[in-house]
Design a protein around this ligand. Structure first.
Ligand SMILES: [Zn+2]
Length: 320
């Protein structure tokens, strides 16, 4: 078989155990009426709320049925209060998608305030000492997770890396009658330059050029600390753990898979996506072949589900 042929790539994908059911597709929903293409992420756009049904309908035709939603609200305020509004962009979208598609679609919602507050930080900022207030942030995360559950989320995904976020959200959801809602924690969100394209689109163009989140994300150098973060989420009752970025975390995925009985979700983040697109655009790599290599390596290391901006491209390639 020709090693540059579609048949060969498809066989390789099968060998690696890559299937559409493992792919999760991230979507940005904007309150603006304009479809906004993301310059640093070719092929990705912020989708206006009024176009979301058509967009998701197209994804479902390609068998993409698990989506993770990120909101792009019109306004930000000091504390990000629109993040838990019943009329917020994510809450409205969850309601609309669940009413339209029901259980054919599995919806994960990003639980954080950085898209909604003026600081762009994932927590409430104490402006006197420039520190994040962990416990005050937890109260916000609970409100956001509850409002998403009420609106129809199947899985809530706290991404702010605050200490104790899984425990307090689990308790809140259980007390409010949402025991069935699962929690996917961004357990090991390594501090990395690979988030830059996402941040360029969501933060830097809003004059937040010096945003430094390293105080609450984990250093990629400290393996023990990272494993501790994952263990702590498991003890707090998380249903799935997430490790990101992918390419710099294969050892962590492998180590976690040796003891963790829960699904391990791995995100191929925006910077990885942009690098793949850039290299492919000058003919330096074959995009689909590389994606199969990368996802094959993540699966070999022990990852179960993959969040990727390339999910749609891969789904199209794999076909029926
Ligand atoms: Zn955040």
């Amino acid at each position: 078989m020709n090693k540059n042929s579609k048949e060969y790539y498809l066989e390789l994908a099968r060998h690696c155990g890559i299937c559409k059911n493992d792919l999760i597709y991230p979507i940005f929903i904007t309150e603006s009426n304009q479809h906004k293409s993301l310059v640093s992420m070719p092929g990705i756009a912020k989708i206006p709320y009024h176009k979301i049904i058509d967009h998701v309908d197209n994804l479902m035709k390609k068998d993409l049925r698990t989506l993770i939603l990120f909101g792009d609200p019109k306004k930000r305020d000091e504390k990000g209060s629109l993040s838990f509004s019943h009329n917020g962009i994510i809450q409205k979208t969850l309601k609309l998608l669940k009413t339209t598609f029901g259980d054919k679609l599995s919806l994960i919602s990003d639980v954080c305030i950085c898209q909604y507050n003026k600081s762009g930080h994932c927590g409430i900022l104490d402006t006197k000492n420039n520190q994040i207030k962990n416990d005050e942030t937890l109260e916000y995360l609970c409100k956001i997770a509850l409002s998403h559950s009420e609106a129809g989320a199947d899985i809530v995904a706290p991404s702010s890396m605050m200490d104790g976020q899984v425990k307090i959200i689990r308790e809140k959801l259980n007390n409010e009658g949402y025991k069935k809602i699962k929690i996917l924690s961004f357990s090991a969100k390594l501090s990395s330059s690979l988030y830059k394209p996402f941040r360029m689109e969501t933060f830097l163009r809003k004059n937040l050029k010096n945003l430094d989140k390293s105080s609450y994300q984990v250093s990629y150098c400290n393996r023990k600390e990272i494993i501790r973060e994952i263990d702590s989420d498991i003890r707090e009752g998380v249903d799935m753990v997430m490790i990101k970025p992918s390419i710099t975390s294969l050892d962590l995925i492998y180590q976690t898979s040796k003891t963790c009985k829960l699904p391990i979700v791995v995100q191929i983040v925006s910077g990885e996506y942009s690098m793949i697109k850039a290299a492919s655009s000058i003919g330096a790599i074959d995009e689909i072949y590389y994606l199969i290599n990368l996802i094959g390596a993540i699966k070999r290391a022990g990852g179960n589900k993959i969040i990727s901006y390339s999910s749609l491209d891969l789904s199209r390639f794999i076909g029926r």
